[in-house]
Design a binder for this molecule. Structure first.
Ligand SMILES: *Cc1c(COP(=O)(O)O)cnc(C)c1O
Length: 416
């Protein structure tokens, strides 16, 4: 996370001190680096430069309009999984012709909205969905550009909650049924077959499962062509992992080197759907230590961020590095602590049994690698307003989402 480093004794995002930022906007706060965002997006764009391609950022990783607008302006497309994300993507300025609609349970209303917007492609995940899309498209008087999301049955070797390409997962059309469903798709008046799609999971740190999955989809495209089903676009999904602790995921170049041989010879437009790997290490969650508590059994550091701001530790047992904002704190003696939030759940922890340089009440901590699936999964549990989001650009910053107010939280509710 090169854009988060110590300068003049404080941890900074680019050239903005997180200490002065906390004084301005309060804590907890999500802080994003624009330079880091653009660097990871361009890493993909450059690595795939030799083939026609669109990097469709997966909106669900972080759908903040400031983040989306930055990527849209840089030329990215978007991968969406709901009508709400379509709304966000359009509002942020993504051209509809660079938006892919994925997801296992699109409603008819959502399909209609996306057809009206004229999105690039629908990634269809079942025969039932295909028939519904055909129906809605004919009602609307258009043809829906379709790819089938095929489940290649490879083990992505990641956390079971985010593995999606196994035979037993709810995602995609089983590989063995792909030909049959493509044949039906080709016969429908309301859809036009344009592509093939895979997405095998998230936080992938090994290249081999990706290579296997792409080899399978490439083979499928060839046999479909033999049956006169022309595939112009291959969507390789997202899922490339990031370094949270000591993982060593493939770089953009290594990723491209693994995928391109199979794709190049197909002569297709390559669509990518990275989420986490674009935004994950472009953001942190800034929090303040409220209390220390020593129980005899354990030492707890109670901070003002909680599982409603970052659910990954509770949900996936995920590891997020913690860094003190004051560089001098790094010299303090180490102790083993649980870093916990104020929420009334024992699952409300941000770090467990972590060896940390001793922190004191009032200290600021940066919870690293919190750009992806952090604010996007935030809730109001315990009636906690969702935190402010800030996008840093050089020595300036913009509040891209203000902190929620109590009034925001009850808007739409009624006292009887
Ligand atoms: C979540 C998701 C992605 C993005 O996954 P990352 O691991 O964040 O890169 C891409 N495509 C689909 C269909 C998804 O559901």
């Amino acid at each position: 996370m090169a854009h988060f480093a110590y300068r003049h004794s404080d941890l900074c995002c680019e050239q903005v001190s997180l200490r002065s930022l906390a004084a301005d906007v309060g804590t907890p706060a999500y802080v994003y680096s624009k330079a880091a965002l653009l660097e990871s997006y361009r890493g993909y764009d450059d690595a795939f430069a030799e083939v026609p391609h669109v990097v469709c950022y997966s909106v669900k990783a972080n759908g903040n309009l400031g983040v989306l607008g930055t990527l849209a302006r840089a030329g990215a497309g978007a991968d969406i999984v709901s009508g709400g994300e379509l709304f966000r993507a359009l509002r942020a300025g993504f051209p509809p012709g660079r938006i892919i609609f994925s997801g296992v349970g699109k409603t008819r209303d959502e399909l209609r909205e996306a057809l009206k917007a004229e999105v690039l492609m629908f990634n269809v995940e079942s025969l039932s969905e295909l028939r519904a899309l055909d129906d809605v498209a004919r009602e609307t008087g258009v043809r829906a550009p379709v790819a089938l999301r095929v489940n290649p049955d490879v083990d992505p070797e990641t956390h079971p909650y985010i593995a999606t390409g196994l035979k037993t997962s709810k995602f995609g059309i089983p590989f063995a049924q792909a030909h049959e469903v493509y044949a039906e798709a080709a016969s429908l008046k309301g859809v036009e077959v344009v592509g093939a799609d895979i997405h095998i999971g998230s936080q992938l740190t090994k290249a081999a499962p990706l290579a296997d999955a792409v080899a399978r989809i490439a083979a499928l495209v060839k046999t479909l062509r033999e049956r006169s089903i022309e595939i112009r676009m291959v969507d390789v999904g997202g899922g490339l992992g990031i370094r949270y602790r000591d993982e060593a995921p493939p770089t953009h170049r290594e990723y491209a080197r693994v995928l391109l041989p199979a794709l190049r010879e197909l002569g297709v437009t390559v669509l990518l759907e990275p989420g986490r790997s674009i935004v994950g290490n472009a953001g942190i969650l800034l929090t303040r230590v409220l209390y220390r508590k020593e129980t005899g059994e354990k030492t707890f550091v109670v901070v003002d961020a909680a599982m409603n701001d970052l659910i990954r530790p509770a949900l996936y047992d995920a590891y997020h590095e913690l860094q003190p904002v004051a560089e001098a704190r790094l010299d303090a003696p180490r102790e083993t602590v649980d870093v916990v939030g104020p929420i009334c759940e024992s699952g409300d922890f941000l770090a467990k049994d972590r060896a940390l340089a001793r922190t004191e009440e009032g200290d600021l901590l940066a919870i690293m690698s919190a750009g992806a699936y952090a604010s996007a999964m935030a809730s109001n549990y315990n009636t906690r307003p969702r935190a402010v989001e800030v996008l840093v650009d050089g020595n300036r910053y913009t509040i891209v989402r203000r902190r929620e107010t109590y009034e925001d939280l009850v808007a739409g509710e009624t006292v009887l």
